[in-house]
Design a binder for this molecule. Structure first.
Ligand code: FAD
Length: 415
């Protein structure tokens, strides 16, 4: 399918592909097996300027947007989603700073992330607050020019390797959802430490850590936006970040199918290539159709978000304003529904495609020294993080009900 990418987008995709094949493929098995972080590959991604493709030129980025970001995530994940997460999770940590941060915060933190000199992480989950972020127990109490953070956050991607953490904590526990606030916390801040490193099924090259805060004094100027806006910060971020999970899923599915087709063309049974059996061909066709449908929805969503958001970023940067505030004045369309749709659709496709790929390869597909089972293990997380696929479906349905109510109201007003 010709998705009419611009010349720059083609170049970015080709560059990401080159980095993935040259610097990631040779080391993916090792980092998956021993669960170590791929610092060398990260340095190569940074040297290729990939970390800045979606960030504004004003902060050292290349001035692209979500479309450029998803092209990179797709290409890197096509080879190894675990290593690709060093790039994608930094995107997730950068976004709330771009969206809700003031000009000073953007200027202080984004250039290092755009250059890949530092990595970022996003930490909302807690042992008792997963799908329900309103149950946040970590507290942040104002004390003069600092907030004092106490509590434990869990399951943080890029944990320990990142320098810049966006952390959600309650500034007003009595107010539930409206009591949660978001903070930028730098590694090395006294009282901020790392707890358990998780031992995982997939994306094993990326460290998933527990964070601990014990009387951690975070400068007041590191509060993102205003007290009580933490869950708005998270939702505004997810509206623009969930297509990134779809891109991981898409890359995983495409990578698994490419390697499967190469294998079943040459593997023979009953005197014929496996790919000549109709039962297998139907699986191949269903995999390819699911992948292409995911890609079409993903690119359409990314383009729609860029069309809505690029003028907002430009205005906010020119006026030293907060992007979220400019979004309100420009009455920007939010893509909550579409982002949730593409996240769950593409990740369900990835799980089905990678499972079918193992099946098409037979016993070798199950073996750790053959690349296919890793794609299946890596696919599973895309159905879980940034909101499980059940939560995405809840959000899609909630938006549909809201839209139907608005349409009914408008119809009544017009009658
Ligand atoms: C490898 C990994 C990396 C992660 N990285 C990060 C990170 O970088 N930052 C971060 O903050 N978090 C991260 N997470 C956390 C992740 O976002 C959560 O695990 C996820 O949101 C689900 O929360 P939970 O695990 O507590 O599941 P639970 O909320 O306990 O859900 C359990 C099950 O119940 C279902 N369920 C819950 N509520 C509902 C409902 N209302 N309707 C229908 N079904 C429901 C869920 O869909 C799920 O199937 C990561 C998790 C993993 C495993």
């Amino acid at each position: 399918m010709d998705y009419e990418l611009t010349e720059t987008q083609e170049d970015i995709r080709n560059l990401a592909r080159q980095v993935a094949l040259r610097d990631i493929k040779p080391v993916r098995e090792k980092h998956d097996a021993d669960g170590t972080f791929p610092w060398d590959a990260v340095k190569k991604m940074a040297a290729a300027d990939l970390y800045g493709v979606y960030l504004p030129e004003a902060y050292g980025g290349l001035g692209g947007g979500l479309m450029e970001q998803v092209l990179v995530v797709e290409e890197l994940s096509r080879v190894c989603a675990g290593i690709a997460l060093a790039f994608a999770a930094t995107g997730l940590g950068s976004l709330p700073i771009m969206l809700l941060g003031n000009a000073e915060q953007r200027g202080k933190f984004i250039p290092d992330l755009a250059a890949g000199r530092k990595l970022a992480a996003f930490s909302i989950t807690e042992p008792g607050a997963g799908s329900d972020a309103t149950a946040t127990k970590t507290t942040a109490k104002l004390d003069g020019e600092h907030y004092i953070l106490n509590g434990v956050k869990s399951f943080v991607s890029n944990g320990e390797v990142a320098d810049t953490y966006v952390v959600f904590a309650s500034t007003n526990p009595g107010r539930g959802a409206r009591g949660v606030s978001a903070f930028i916390v730098e590694k090395g801040t006294p009282g901020f430490g790392f707890g358990k490193k998780e031992h995982k099924m997939g994306i094993r090259a990326n460290p998933t850590y527990e964070l601990s805060f014990q009387n951690c004094r975070v400068p007041k100027k590191n509060l993102l936006y205003k007290e009580g806006y933490g869950l708005f910060t998270a939702q505004t971020t997810f509206d623009c970040s969930r297509p990134g999970i779809a891109a991981q899923a898409l890359g995983i599915a495409q990578g698994a199918l490419d390697e499967t087709v190469a294998y079943i063309r040459q593997r023979k049974q009953f005197g014929q290539p496996i790919s000549s059996f109709q039962a297998i061909q139907h699986m191949m066709a269903d995999c390819a159709t699911g992948i292409e449908t995911s890609r079409a929805l993903l690119y359409a969503t990314a383009r729609a978000i860029d069309k809505a958001m690029k003028p907002v970023y430009e205005k906010a940067i020119a006026e030293n304003a907060i992007v979220y505030d400019v979004m309100q004045t420009m009455d920007v369309k939010r893509y909550t529904k579409e982002s949730a749709m593409v996240k769950y659709y593409a990740s369900d496709v990835a799980m089905k495609v990678t499972t079918d790929c193992v099946q098409m390869c037979g016993g070798i597909g199950f073996m750790a020294d053959f690349p296919i089972e890793k794609f299946m293990r890596d696919a599973k997380i895309t159905q879980i993080y940034e909101g499980t696929n059940q939560i995405q479906r809840n959000e899609v349905a909630a938006m549909m009900i809201k839209e139907a109510a608005s349409a009914a109201k408008a119809e009544t007003a017009a009658a």
